[in-house]
Design a protein around this ligand. Sequence first.
Ligand SMILES: Cc1cc2nc3c(=O)[nH]c(=O)nc-3n(C[C@H](O)[C@H](O)[C@H](O)COP(=O)(O)OP(=O)(O)OC[C@H]3O[C@@H](n4cnc5c(N)ncnc54)[C@H](O)[C@@H]3O)c2cc1C
Length: 494
Amino acid sequence: MSMVYDVAIVGAGFGGLAAAAELSKYGKRVAVFEASNELGGSAGKFERGGYRFQSGATVGMGFEEGGVLDQLYESLQLEKPQMTLLNPIMDIHMPDRVIHYYREKVEWYKEIERHFKEAASSIQAFYEEVFRVGSLVDNLLDYRPVFPPKTIRDITQLFPMINPSSIKLLPYLNQTVYDRLKKFNLHKHEGFQTFLNGELMDSVQTSVENCPAFLGYAALQTFHKGAYAVHGGLATVAEQLAGYVKEQGNEVFMRYPIRLIEKKEDRFVLHSKRNSEFEAKQLVLNHSVHNLQDTLSEDLMNQSSIYPEKEEKRDTWGAFIIHAGVEESVFQNTNVLYHQFIDQNHPNDLHDGGQFLMSLSDPQDQQMAPEGKRSLTISTHTNLEQWWEAEEYEQKKQEMTDRLLATVDYYFPGFQANLDLVLPGTPVTFQKWLRRSKGKVGGYAPTGKYSWLNSYSIRSGIPGVYLCGDTVFPGAGTLGVTLSGLTAARELLR
Ligand SMILES: Cc1cc2nc3c(=O)[nH]c(=O)nc-3n(C[C@H](O)[C@H](O)[C@H](O)COP(=O)(O)OP(=O)(O)OC[C@H]3O[C@@H](n4cnc5c(N)ncnc54)[C@H](O)[C@@H]3O)c2cc1C
């Protein structure tokens, strides 16, 4: 143990890597510690049987001009990876129709007219509000606020954000999306709500009733700014960020789980495998608030503003996922890469197979699958507890796999017969490979109009220790966690 790093970063998810790249850019001596042998965490990859599979996240956001990732690439002078702009963003397979979810507003409005003729003008008026309020939220996030504010400086940083345009946001801070639907007389429109719930579950992890309006609007408009299939998967981005960190002379330690962090005098000591120890002056913790009590010493945990008993009770989803390889011919009649399925028998179940997303690899992207095949990821939100009852585990896993595959087969006949590799994963898998405690993924699910006020800040409460990732503001998604990583880096650099 000789080198004392300026900053040690625990976890090479998008949050940790964004922070590491930003700190490296400003000349900090940085070390990233990643427990697994893959970069990118929930947005990483693994390879099996000639295929590349995305570990969780598949839809890339923030790469449009001026977007968060676009700006990051520009500031690091990195070339963006090849990617396919999605239009339609996805096809939504509902029991009685297939909605093409177009990116372009004009096309999207025509699609709304095709499917929801009687309510089209109200839905379009609702979308006008989505775009208007979504861009107001973007303007605020450009300030990269530390939220919730913890210090006097955090509070003073909020002052410039108060202006005539941000004041217009106020009505959307104390209403849910459902409240807004009432204003447009859409709260009883089942078909449109089923559609909206699908989009909100994928982006904000919750339904119209529980989703704060401004959050839901920001997420909905993000799809229309540009959703991308990054070639090689989102792991390509993680690899580029880690490459940048190393080029600046810094270190990324793979297969180095941090088991314990304690404070000794003015330094933090990180304990890893085979009794190795590393020292750092400051820390960025990207391995989720769920995991903090397993790594921080009791003394540090007591100093933090996280109360484990309270944290454990917060609403969090798990994910059930299937990685599979399939014959290309099954999808020869569609050039759409992302497909959302609403179970024909249970259209109102938002989780556990009631609705789910299937992401197909781009046929042009040869890193993902052998010739003539496609790699795919199917994922659905799942309640966590059921997966930790050992006796029924295998049976449940098989039942859920069968249910999801059968639903895809219903919409794409011949799908099941043409699968050549099927790898299902549960919250137990997410805990094992990505160290997500109890398999909790995607941050905290909003539970009502004021739930955004319960966010954790990048400030841990421990001097010199910053948090980033999907369990801190602004929350889940590769775009959100990149923002928290960059905000943590900026505050640390002050
Ligand atoms: C099924 C699924 C689908 C999703 N789809 C999308 C999508 O399409 N688009 C999108 O933008 N987002 C999506 N998301 C959300 C997105 O993947 C996450 O919000 C984001 O990737 C989380 O990043 P993070 O920085 O918080 O860290 P994580 O990705 O959780 O990474 C944390 C890293 O820390 C490491 N680690 C943990 N403990 C330790 C330790 N003690 N020592 C060292 N390392 C440790 C882990 O191995 C991991 O690599 C999806 C998530 C899931 C689960």
